[in-house]
Design a protein around this ligand. Structure first.
Ligand code: NAG
Ligand code: NAG
Ligand code: NAG
Ligand code: NAG
Ligand code: NAG
Ligand code: NAG
Ligand code: NAG
Ligand code: NAG
Ligand code: NAG
Ligand code: NAG
Length: 823
C-alpha cells in the first residue's frame, strides 16, 4: 500500500474514531469520561466536562457547541465539583444517568427518577439544549425540568400542579462557581400567579401577573417576528415558555449572580453576546420600594418617585419626607371606609400590586368585579385579571395592603382603589368630566372670552385717554420738569436742589446715614414732611449731566410694587443724588442674617418675599420697556416695607454708571461676588440669566438663613451653593432648612423652593430658567426639572489661614472656579 494512501486512511479512521465520541447519546455501553463530549445531532449543543472561570474543579455541563466563548447553559453537579479529571458520566444499572469520580468509587451526581428502569435507558442531547433520559420511548427525566441559571427557548418556567414540580432558575454563586446562588427566578402560584425574582426567600423584583400578552411588569415583552411567548394557566400546570420563530437566532435569559435578570442575543458577525434586556432597572423595580399603599412612579424625571395611593397619606410623615419610604402609607380615615357613599378611584398604567394576596375569579367581568369588591368591606382594590386578553377578563380583588405598585408611561393596566366618600368627592371634582359638564364649560368659557375682549377694548381706550392727563406725582418740591427723551413730552420727575436735600438730611449727618450702598451712602431725609431715602452717588459716574438726567428719568418711569420708587433727583455741580421712597424695615440682609430678626420670618413671609423679588425682576427683564438687567441683586439691595413686601433697589444703576463701572464696583464690594454667576465672574458676561443666578443664591439664603460666603465645616472645600447642592443630591435637603423656621412649614413646598433655587444657579446660563418661568414655578406645583450641578466657586483653603469663614476672601483673585465634570 502506498504510504500516503495509508496515512490518509489512518487520518480518516482517526477522524471517524473521534466522531464516534461525539454522538448525541450516552448509553450503558457508551459512557463518557473527562475530555469527551456529546454533541446534539444538529451540532447546536455539546455536553461534557468543563472548568468555569479560574477554577480547576470539573463540572458536567451543556454549552453552545458553535459559540467559541464557552457559554454554559446547564450544569449537572452544581454543588458537587470534581477535584480531578477522573470523572465519568454513564448509565447505571437502574437506568439513571450517573456521574462518578475515581473509577466508579465515588458517586458525585445522579438523576433520580421516581420509577427505576432497566439499564437500557438512553441519555440523548437534543438540539434544543434539553438532555433527555429515555426508556422504551418514554422520557422520565429531562434537564429542562431542572434549569440552572439560563432559560433556553422552549423551556418551561413554572409548575406541574399534579406533581408539584416547580421549574425555576437560580444564578451561579460566582463566575468561578456554578453552585446555587442566592437568587431565585420563578413563578409564584399563590393568589394569582406571577413571575418573581427572590433574594433568599424575600421578593426582590416582580415581573407581575400575566396580562394575556406579557407580564405586567415587563412592558418590553412583546410578541414579535422573533419571539413568541405562551403562558399556560390551568388545573394541571402554570408555566411560561418563550419561543423563537427563526431557529438561526440564539437568545437566552440568564439570572446573574449580582441579582439581575438579563437577556442576551448572539451576534454572529461580531461573535459576541448582546445584552438586550435586564431587570430590575430603576428604584421602582425593587419590590415594595415605596412601602405599602403607595405608588412608585419614575416617569417624571424631576419628581420624587413615591406617592401615596388615593385615600392614603404617609404613615410616618417625618421619615417619608426624608425619602425613607419604607413605612409606606396608611388610610387617612379608618372609620369612614365601608360606609355609604364610598367608591373607587382609578390609578392608570400600573403594575398591579403583589397578587400573592389577591383573590382571582376568572368568571367575572370588570363591572361584576367592582360590585364584588364594593360588597366586601375588607376589599381594598380590584382590577382585571387578564387586562390584555380579549378585552378585559377575570377579576382580581385585594383585601389588605397594596404592595409594589409601579406606574408606567405607556404600559401597565388600570387598578381601582377603594376610597371613602370624602376622597371620592374630591377625586370626582378633579377627575373625569361628564359630557354635560363639558358643554357647560364650553359655553362659559366662550362667554368669558367675549367679555375679556370687550374689557380689553375698553381698557385700551382708557389708557389712551389716561396718558394724556396722568396726574403728577403727589410730591411737591419745586419740581423742574425734565424732558422725556422718548416721548418728547414733559416728564414728571421732580428735580430738587442741593440746599433742600442738605436741609432734609441734616446736612448729610452721620446720624441720618442709613447705610452704604455700592454706589454711595444713603441718608434718611424729611422732604415736605415725608420720609425719604437719599442716595448720594459717588462722583465717579462717567456720564454727563444730560445723559444722567435722561437715564434717571427713564428709570423713574419703572413702576412696580416690588421696585423701590424713585421720587426725584438732584443734580448740582459734582453732586448727583437719587431720592427714593423710605422703607421702614430696611434691607433684607438685616433680617436674614440676624438670628433674632430671622426668627420673625415665618415660611409664609419668606415665600412672599422671594415671590415679590422674582416678580420685580420679571418686570425689569421683560415687562418694562427698558429691559433692565440688575447686575447686583443681593440681600442688601432688597428693601422691606412695613408689611414686609420686598422692593428691589439700585436697579438701573448699570445704565447710569455704565457696565464697566458696575463691574469695577462689585469687585470691591465684599460678598457680592457670591451672587455673581460664573460667566460673569470669569468673563464679565452679563445677561438676564446672571440675574437669575443671583436670585437663586438669594432664594437659597432666605430658605437656609445662611450667608453665601459662610464656611461649611461639613464640606470645607465647597462654598454655599456647593454645600446646598451636595446636601440636596444626597437627599438630605431637609437638613439645610433654616432651623429658626420652626416646625410649622410645608416641607414639600420648602424642598420645592430649594430645587427652584438650584435650577437658578445651574452652571450653564442656558439651563437656568427665565425669571418669568421661575415665577410660574413658584406659583404652581407642576413638576420641576432636575437641577444640574451648579458652578462651584471653590474657596482655596489655606491650611494656615483659619479665617476662612470671614469676609477676607472677598476678592475675585482668591476664588477659583472649577467647571462641573460631566457625570
Ligand atoms: C478530591 O475529592 C475526593 C472526594 O471528595 C477526596 O477524597 C480527595 O481528598 C480530594 N483530593 C484533593 C486533592 O482535594
Ligand atoms: C477501575 O476498576 C476496575 C475494577 O473495578 C479495574 O479493573 C480497573 O483497572 C480500574 N481502572 C483504573 C484506571 O483504575
Ligand atoms: C415498551 O413500551 C410498550 C408500550 O409503550 C410496552 O408494550 C412494552 O412492554 C414496553 N417494553 C418494555 C421492555 O418495557
Ligand atoms: C406532570 O407530571 C406528571 C408526572 O411526571 C406527568 O405525568 C404529567 O403529564 C405532567 N403534566 C403536564 C401537564 O406536563
Ligand atoms: C448568600 O447569602 C448569604 C447569607 O445571606 C451570604 O453569606 C452569601 O455571601 C451570599 N452568597 C452570594 C453568592 O451572594
Ligand atoms: C412560537 O411559534 C412557533 C412557530 O409558529 C411555534 O412552533 C412555537 O411552538 C411557538 N412557541 C411558543 C412558545 O409558543
Ligand atoms: C432568520 O435569521 C437569519 C439571520 O438573522 C436570516 O438570515 C434569515 O433570513 C431569517 N429567516 C427567516 C425565515 O426569517
Ligand atoms: C454577571 O454580571 C457580571 C457583571 O456585569 C458579569 O461580569 C458576569 O459575567 C455576569 N454573569 C453572567 C452569568 O452573565
Ligand atoms: C388605621 O388602622 C391601622 C390598622 O388598624 C392603624 O395602623 C392606623 O394607624 C389607623 N390609622 C388611623 C388614621 O387611625
Ligand atoms: C371578604 O373577602 C374575604 C377575602 O376573600 C373573605 O375572607 C371574607 O369572608 C369576605 N367577607 C364577606 C362579608 O364576604
Amino acid at each position: 500500500m502506498n504510504p500516503v494512501k495509508w496515512f490518509v486512511k489512518a487520518l480518516l479512521l482517526s477522524c471517524f474514531f473521534h466522531l464516534s465520541l461525539s454522538f448525541d447519546t450516552i448509553t450503558s455501553q457508551h459512557s463518557i469520561k473527562d475530555g469527551d463530549v456529546v454533541v446534539s445531532s444538529g451540532n447546536t449543543f455539546a455536553l461534557g466536562f468543563f472548568s468555569p472561570g479560574n477554577t480547576k474543579y470539573r463540572y458536567v455541563g451543556i454549552w453552545y457547541y458553535q459559540i467559541p466563548k464557552k457559554t454554559v447553559v446547564w450544569v449537572a453537579n452544581r454543588e458537587h465539583p470534581i477535584n480531578d479529571t477522573s470523572g465519568t458520566l454513564s448509565i447505571s444499572s437502574q437506568g439513571n444517568l450517573v456521574l462518578y469520580q475515581k473509577n466508579q468509587t465515588i458517586l458525585v451526581w445522579s438523576t433520580n427518577p421516581s420509577v427505576t428502569h432497566s439499564k437500557n435507558s438512553v441519555a440523548r442531547l437534543l438540539d434544543s439544549g434539553n438532555l433527555l433520559l429515555v426508556h422504551n420511548g418514554t422520557t422520565f427525566w429531562q434537564s429542562f425540568d431542572y434549569p440552572s441559571n439560563t432559560v433556553l427557548p422552549f423551556m418551561k418556567i413554572g409548575l406541574n400542579l399534579s406533581t408539584g414540580l416547580n421549574r425555576f432558575v437560580t444564578p451561579w454563586k460566582s463566575p468561578d462557581n456554578p453552585g446555587i446562588g442566592n437568587y431565585t427566578y420563578k413563578i409564584d402560584p399563590s393568589g394569582f400567579p406571577q413571575l418573581c425574582f427572590y433574594k433568599g426567600s424575600v421578593k426582590f423584583w416582580r415581573g407581575g401577573s400575566w396580562t394575556g400578552r406579557r407580564w405586567v411588569g415587563v412592558p418590553e415583552m412583546t410578541r414579535s417576528h422573533i419571539f413568541n411567548f405562551s403562558f399556560v394557566y390551568n388545573n394541571e400546570e402554570i408555566f411560561l415558555m418563550f419561543g423563537i420563530n427563526n431557529a438561526s437566532i440564539i437568545s437566552i435569559l440568564v439570572a446573574n449572580e449580582t441579582g439581575l435578570l438579563t437577556r442576551f442575543t448572539w451576534n454572529p458577525e461580531d461573535q459576541r453576546w448582546v445584552l438586550v434586556w435586564s431587570a430590575p432597572k430603576e428604584e421602582c423595580d425593587y419590590y415594595g420600594h415605596c412601602g405599602p399603599n403607595s405608588n412608585c412612579d419614575q416617569t417624571h424625571e424631576d419628581k420624587l418617585e413615591c406617592s401615596c395611593l388615593p385615600g392614603f397619606e404617609p404613615k410616618s410623615p417625618q421619615t417619608w419626607f426624608l425619602r425613607d419610604w419604607s413605612a409606606g402609607c396608611a388610610r387617612k380615615r379608618n372609620a369612614s371606609i365601608c360606609q355609604h357613599g364610598e367608591g373607587f378611584v382609578k390609578v392608570a398604567r400600573v403594575k398591579v400590586p403583589d397578587t400573592a394576596v389577591a383573590n382571582a375569579d376568572m368568571s367575572l367581568g370588570l363591572k361584576q368585579c367592582k360590585d364584588k369588591c364594593l360588597r366586601n368591606c375588607s376589599c381594598t382594590a380590584y382590577a382585571s385579571a387578564f387586562s390584555e386578553l380579549n378585552g378585559e377578563t377575570g377579576c382580581l380583588t385585594w383585601h389588605g395592603d397594596l404592595v409594589d405598585i409601579k406606574t408606567y408611561r405607556d404600559a401597565g393596566q388600570d387598578i381601582y382603589i377603594r376610597v371613602d366618600a370624602v376622597d371620592l368627592a374630591s377625586y370626582k371634582k378633579n377627575g373625569t368630566i361628564s359630557k354635560k359638564q363639558l358643554v357647560t364649560i364650553l359655553v362659559v368659557s366662550v362667554a368669558v372670552m367675549l367679555s375679556m375682549v370687550a374689557f380689553a377694548f375698553i381698557l385700551v381706550r382708557r389708557i389712551r385717554r389716561g396718558r394724556k392727563r396722568r396726574p403728577p406725582l403727589s410730591f411737591t418740591a419745586s419740581p423742574t420738569h425734565l424732558e422725556d427723551p422718548l416721548n418728547g413730552k414733559n416728564a414728571e420727575l421732580p428735580l430738587f436742589n442741593l440746599g433742600t436735600i442738605a436741609a432734609a438730611t441734616n446736612n448729610f449727618s452721620s446720624d441720618n446715614k442709613l447705610g452704604q450702598g455700592g454706589f454711595g451712602p444713603v441718608y434718611k431725609g424729611i422732604l415736605s414732611g415725608k420720609e425719604t431715602a437719599v442716595k448720594r452717588l459717588s462722583k465717579s459716574s462717567g456720564q454727563g449731566i444730560e445723559e444722567f438726567k435722561n437715564e434717571v428719568t427713564l428709570i423713574a418711569k419703572l413702576q412696580h410694587r416690588n421696585l423701590v420708587r424713585i421720587l426725584g433727583c438732584c443734580i448740582e455741580k459734582e453732586e448727583k443724588m437719587l431720592i427714593y421712597e423710605y422703607l421702614p424695615n430696611k434691607s433684607l440682609d438685616s433680617f436674614i442674617f440676624d438670628e433674632r430678626k430671622r426668627s420673625l420670618l415665618d415660611w409664609g413671609t419668606r415665600f412672599k418675599i422671594f415671590c415679590g423679588i422674582a416678580r420685580g425682576i420679571v418686570y425689569l427683564h421683560q415687562d418694562s420697556r427698558l429691559r433692565i438687567i440688575h447686575r447686583d441683586l443681593k440681600a442688601s439691595n432688597i428693601l422691606l416695607d412695613a408689611e414686609m413686601n420686598p422692593k428691589i433697589s439700585d436697579f438701573g444703576m448699570a445704565r447710569i454708571f455704565g457696565g464697566d463701572q458696575v463691574e469695577a464696583k462689585t469687585k470691591r464690594v465684599v460678598g457680592t461676588y457670591g451672587y455673581m454667576s460664573p460667566e460673569y465672574a470669569m468673563q464679565g458676561h452679563f445677561s438676564v440669566k446672571s440675574d437669575v443666578y443671583s436670585f437663586g443664591v438669594l432664594l437659597l439664603e432666605i430658605i437656609t438663613g445662611r450667608r453665601n460666603i459662610g464656611y461649611y465645616p461639613d464640606s470645607p472645600t465647597s462654598n454655599f451653593i456647593g454645600h446646598v447642592w451636595e446636601v440636596w443630591r444626597n437627599g438630605k435637603a431637609m437638613e439645610i432648612i433654616d432651623s429658626l423656621l420652626g416646625g410649622t412649614y410645608p416641607v414639600a413646598e420648602v424642598l420645592r423652593c430649594i430645587q427652584i433655587g438650584l435650577l437658578c444657579v445651574q452652571d450653564s446660563a442656558t439651563d437656568r430658567p427665565k425669571m418669568s418661568v421661575v415665577v410660574a414655578m413658584l406659583g404652581n406645583d407642576a413638576s420641576l426639572p432636575s437641577p444640574k450641578q451648579p458652578a462651584f466657586i471653590i474657596k482655596k483653603t489655606n491650611k494656615n489661614d483659619e479665617t476662612g469663614s470671614s469676609e477676607g476672601t472677598g476678592s475675585v483673585n482668591e476664588v477659583t472656579l472649577t467647571m462641573p465634570q460631566a457625570r
